[in-house]
Design a protein around this ligand. Sequence first.
Ligand SMILES: *Cc1c(COP(=O)(O)O)cnc(C)c1O
Length: 375
Amino acid sequence: MNADLTSSLFDIQLVSTRLSDEERQRRMVAPGFGKTFSEHMIVIPYREGEGWLRGQLKPYGPISMSPAANVLHYGQSVFEGFKGYRQPDGGVKSFRPICNAKRFNTSAHRLAMPEIPEDLFCAAADLLATVDQAWIPEALDPEKLHDKSFYFRPFMIGQGEYLGVGSASECLFMIIGGPAGSYFSGGIHPVTIWVEEEYVRASPGGTGQAKCGGNYAASLLPGNLAKAKGCEQVLYLDAIHRQYLEELGGMNVFLVLEEGGRTVIATPEKTGTILEGVTRESLITLAKELGYELCERRISIDEVETAHREGRLKEAFACGTAAVISPIGTFKSRRGDWVVNGNQLGPISMELRGALLDIQYGLKPDTHGWMHRIV
Ligand SMILES: *Cc1c(COP(=O)(O)O)cnc(C)c1O
């Protein structure tokens, strides 16, 4: 990272005493997902009329704000998620952070919040990872079942002191992060998902394409109801026809189908209501390179049911930064349960997962220029 750029953009305030190596190691053994945070965080305030103010790297800890802050009432909040990976040479690289910076700004625009310069977004993440590099776990196990990495969580909230409905005149951009293990407790295993025919995640003209807190708030009730039915995730259908596959609450979805003797990998096309995952886009590229026929198109739930009945639904998986690829073992719905690939990890899902992890962990050449060197 360019040290001059960093010192011109950020004030740096380090923790007075670092955690001992033993304590850090203890917290990093089985970090789970989103429970363990490193010792610092990034804060960059924004004020209307003044723009982005000087950023700070400071000790990780609580923040305070006015109880009238927009985010607490009207939910102005957007976020991102991407990872840094320990490389074979001991260094650290992140995966396509510029895509996250661009998407962050798309989300910010939709929520009437200020856009942040992409290089500032990336420099902030690099600074956090550089200062807290002891928190970046050692790489992958040889079977690639327990991927460990450093998860970056950039986010922005509307604050200021004003209860009138309007976009906030003050915002706070922050990045927190920490070591992350498997997204699902118990490591990679086929998940059971609930096909949701009542609640929807996003509707045309809404905020489905934005990574905003409100979308997640709305997904919690359907998520809890699905859990009560023994499902780990919810598969949402389109809001108008309640027919076409959209995505899971926080992951995109792919199917492996047999069509006229050919193997086809299919994923719902971009509609403006699905969140355009960086993992989704990367897997589309990799699948094509591996010689698979890949199509982005509308996929109806009737088609999934028929393909399952005819034995043509070979595999299904969900994908996202947090869980990489999560094979779907069973679809549960009001129409019945559809078991995929004997509820086992499927070969194509695992091949694609391996291809992506190989690039992220520096085990195969990064021919697309996706990796960004941090240290
Ligand atoms: C973040 C997210 C995804 C996955 O995006 P990635 O960039 O692959 O991590 C998919 N769907 C939703 C709703 C999301 O919020």
